[in-house]
Design a protein. Structure first.
Length: 119
């Protein structure tokens, strides 16, 4: 019977079972399929509570997304509408305005929650 994961040992056992299930051919709507789905939910919940992933720094998120999309810093200036401001923003000397956050969210698809963080 499946139970909530409360300890690191239970977490490791659940991970081992998930791995074991993923190595087999599982039929949809089978008991093994249900077990895998439930274990995955329990593992995710445990990881969310015990191993939270911090949100990225807004400037690092911008640089990462530019790199991912193959865009240059010059193109960032065009996106923001302020060529001279892009270097000030990337160096941390100038904060992002609300209009800039909206534009970065729209064009680069960076979540606004990441961009509004203090840095």
């Amino acid at each position: 019977m499946l139970k909530p994961i409360k300890t690191e040992n239970q977490y490791n056992q659940a991970l081992a079972r998930v791995y074991e299930l993923m190595q087999t051919e599982i039929n949809e709507d089978s008991a093994e399929s249900d077990e895998l789905e439930i274990l995955s939910i329990l593992v995710k919940e445990y990881e969310t509570d015990h191993y939270p992933i911090p949100s990225p720094n807004p400037l690092e998120a911008i640089k990462f997304r530019l790199d991912q999309m193959g865009l240059s810093e010059k193109e960032l200036g065009e996106i923001l509408g302020y060529r001279s401001r892009k270097s000030e923003i990337l160096s941390g000397k100038r904060k992002l305005s609300l209009a800039m956050i909206r534009k970065l969210n729209e064009v680069l698809h960076i979540p606004a929650e990441v961009l509004i963080q203090a840095y």
